[in-house]
Ligand binder design. Structure first.
Ligand code: 0O2
Ligand code: 0O2
Length: 283
């Protein structure tokens, strides 16, 4: 007779350990004020009746029950679909270090008939027990919040109907799965738009600070007339809005650099020499 609490103990330990490892990554992103591909992590232990049922289906006995690959499970939930693949890379990078990847199943590209979408990775994970080193199989499910919502509801309905889902319910679930797919796609598009707007803004503010910095340097080098001319041009462009304004800013930045006839990198050096000459601080 199998002693369940003893049998399940290494799985629980492994899930806890891995959960903390991935939570640690998420916390690091948060500390840096960066978007974390990991939104939250939960651990899922397979219920004993589910283990028994699956063992029967697979023909596993007490002796080889540890061959079942999803007794211990980790669920990593992401905000966006492309975060899923970043998390997949995070797991792959650990392959051969603190875990071993056994199998990957991409149910996002190969959607299940039910409509189920998620990325699964089966791993082999070492665990140190009082009896020594043991390896357990774990299943890592990586999905978006929307996929998780759908899978949770679908799973509980399927459980309620004991696998025999009426066809019209199954059909409705497939259609809601498609809506979830569209929702994820739209959220991803919104995120991409925000990122590209942020990049544009960063680029523009970098160009502006470069222009202003170079104009100040120009004045310090005694090129006062040119500096005034360029400053007037800058103010006129900066008062405008729209895409052509950014192109004009770029053109102005280039014109300033050319008129200084100095490569941007060596500008600081030249100025330093000028300063040193001025202050007599030269050998
Ligand atoms: P934080 O900093 O709030 O994320 P545990 O042992 O308690 O860490 P357990 O028992 O496996 O974890 O699972 P539990 O308690 O259901 O959830 C684990 C973490 O996931 C908890 O946060 C929950 O707040 C978070 N969580 C669960 N469901 C959701 C959800 O729908 N949305 C969000 N954003 N988070 C969720 P932490 O890790 O304890 O702390
Ligand atoms: P639980 O309660 O999460 O443990 P099988 O397990 O026989 O279905 P396989 O190939 O061993 O098949 O595993 P699969 O299908 O790659 O992944 C198994 C787990 O993925 C399931 O575990 C679910 O958690 C999840 N899953 C797979 N298909 C579906 C689906 O259509 N709907 C939902 N909601 N989840 C799914 P269990 O054992 O079903 O349940």
């Amino acid at each position: 007779m199998i002693r369940w609490s003893e049998f399940l103990m290494p799985y629980e330990t492994a899930v806890e350990e891995l959960k903390n490892k991935f939570k640690g990554i998420r916390n690091e992103y948060r500390k840096n004020n960066e978007h974390s591909p990991i939104e939250f992590v939960v651990g899922r232990g397979k219920q004993i009746p589910s283990i028994i049922e699956k063992a029967r289906k697979l023909g596993l006995t007490e002796e080889n029950l540890d061959q079942m690959d999803d007794i211990g499970g980790l669920r990593i939930i992401c905000q966006f679909e492309d975060d899923i693949y970043k998390v997949v890379d995070m797991v792959r990078i650990r392959d051969g270090m603190d875990l071993e990847i056994v199998l990957e199943k991409d149910y996002i590209k190969e959607v299940k008939d039910s409509g189920y979408r998620s990325y699964h990775i089966i791993i082999k994970y070492p665990i140190f027990t009082i009896e020594g080193l043991k390896f357990v199989f774990l299943e890592i499910q990586i999905r978006t919040m929307a996929m998780n919502f759908w899978a949770t509801v679908e799973h509980s309905l399927r459980y309620k109907y004991k696998e025999a889902l009426p066809e019209h319910v199954a059909e409705k679930l497939r259609s809601t799965a498609h809506e979830v797919y569209l929702l994820d796609k739209e959220m991803q598009e919104i995120r991409d738009e925000i990122i590209s707007a942020q990049n544009l803004f960063m680029h523009k503010s970098n160009t502006i600070s470069q222009i202003l910095g170079n104009l100040t340097d120009m004045e310090r080098m005694g090129m006062l007339d040119e500096a005034t001319r360029f400053r007037d041009a800058f103010e006129k462009i900066n008062a405008r809005k729209g895409r052509d304004m950014e192109e004009d800013l770029e053109a102005l930045s280039l014109a300033i650099k050319q008129s200084m006839n100095i490569e941007n990198g060596s500008l600081k050096e030249e100025l330093q020499q000028l300063e040193e000459k001025r202050t007599g601080n030269i050998l």
